[in-house]
Design a protein around this ligand. Structure first.
Ligand SMILES: CSCCC(=O)C(=O)COP(=O)(O)O
Length: 411
């Protein structure tokens, strides 16, 4: 059954953390390697044919991490799956490494090591960090992105006014809220046209043009056409609910040269995959590794500090996936949820300058409104860039002063 020819160069190695009886670990690991490739729970004559056996998975390692008083153990096992079993889609990758296995009790997919030959079958980001910066004309500082809040139920005129308020604050991007699906008052096409005109009007006066990241919505079969149309109409970027729509949908967009705008990956629904320490798929795979392979240019994920959080270790692994040298361009991280101006020095410290400051409440909730909310972030960036403590910089910067008075600094 064991595929002797397979080497790490032609196999994807999945590491799982599971709980089982110690004396059952070897059989369990072998069962996974065979069960997810060529076999099932009983012996199959066809599986003994050499052509079929080449596609068999292989047990690469078994490590006991913890012996439990009840007699069972927590262990990690590594299984290598031949790349030849896959076809360059996320469906083939995910179903192979964690398809029916994801339903088999307490087991979690912790790591995926992929050979370059497989990585290159996925598109990766079209723009990456440098490309996004070039499009937005913003270098050597974090980008500032405002999240549209309260959209459903507003008329197009009201939406344009709200876009204008955010753009007046000088933000690089205004993105739709990921929950904005209704087209009752304005289609995404209407919004892109109207916001582009508003952005032009403001840019003529201020010299800074804010881009709009429109939520790409609708039936899956219509998304590529709509993405092309929105790009053509002047969208600055596409916001995609990647987990809800599927990684392959994003990969399709990233491969399409006519979709010539960056992709912002939203993490909605991902907690259902990574939320448990004992089940599901590790957050850094879901929000980092797979997002980059699929073609996200900006990756949104829960920050370490805000209202919905991800731990530091998971964040560090996630960042590694977004930024590591490799076949694909790096992704801009957008740690999100509960971000406010007082956090900017901490964000610089934790993420460096290649970063998106992404805020909804932290902009709209500013006492002076959204335009002052955006300015407060730029004041905070100025302070960090000049080595000035925020409280000091706030003395002659009202936007920052009011933000600090309202939200303070992290402890
Ligand atoms: C959990 S990461 C995504 C955060 C998000 O979608 C969002 O709208 C955050 O809004 P906030 O008001 O917390 O900045």
């Amino acid at each position: 059954m064991v595929n002797q020819d397979s080497s790490p160069r032609d196999a994807v190695v999945a590491t799982y953390r599971l709980r089982d009886r110690k004396d059952k670990l070897e059989a369990r690991a072998e069962g996974i390697a065979v069960g997810l490739t060529i076999g099932t729970w009983t012996d199959l004559p066809a599986a003994r044919k050499s052509e079929v056996a080449k596609h068999c998975g292989r047990v690469e390692g078994i490590r006991v991490l913890e012996e439990r008083p009840e007699g069972d153990v927590v262990a990690e096992i590594d299984i290598a799956y031949p790349v030849a079993n896959l076809n360059g889609t996320f469906a083939s990758l995910l179903v192979t490494v964690f398809g029916k296995l994801s339903m088999d009790g307490e087991i979690r997919l912790e790591r995926l090591q992929m050979p370059d030959s497989l990585v290159r079958q996925f598109p990766g980001p079209k723009f990456g960090v440098e490309g996004v910066r070039q499009r937005l004309g913003a270098y050597h500082r974090p980008l500032v992105m405002s999240i549209f809040k309260a959209c459903a139920g507003l008329t197009l005129d009201e939406l344009v006014e709200a876009f204008g308020e955010q753009a007046e604050g000088g933000v690089d991007l205004v993105k739709d809220d990921e929950i904005f699906f209704t087209e009752a008052y304005a289609t995404p096409e209407d919004r892109v046209r109207a916001y582009a005109a508003k952005a032009d009007e403001i840019a003529q006066r201020t010299g800074r043009r804010t881009a709009y990241a429109v939520n790409l919505t609708g039936p899956v079969h219509s998304l590529r056409e709509r993405a092309r149309r929105l790009a053509e109409l002047g969208a600055g970027a596409l916001l995609v609910n990647v987990v809800a729509y599927g990684y392959d949908v994003v990969a399709d967009l990233a491969r399409d040269p006519e979709v010539h705008v960056p992709i912002l990956a939203h993490p909605a629904v991902s907690g259902a995959l990574y939320g448990s320490p004992n089940y599901g798929i590790a957050a850094d795979i879901v929000l980092g590794q797979l997002m980059r392979l699929a073609g996200a240019d900006i990756g949104i994920f829960p920050s370490m500090y805000g209202s919905v959080t991800l731990g530091r270790e998971a964040t560090d692994r996630l960042l590694q996936h977004l930024r590591a040298e490799g076949a694909h361009k790096p992704v801009l991280p957008a740690p999100s949820a509960g971000i406010y101006p007082g956090l900017v020095p901490r964000l610089y410290q934790d993420f460096g300058v290649d970063l998106v400051l992404n805020a909804g409440g932290g902009i709209h909730g500013h006492p002076g409104g959204a335009r002052m909310g955006g300015r407060a972030f730029f004041d905070a960036i100025w302070a960090v860039e000049h080595g000035v403590p925020l409280e000091e910089a706030a003395k002659d910067r009202p936007a920052l002063r009011q933000a600090l008075e309202k939200w303070g600094m992290p402890s």
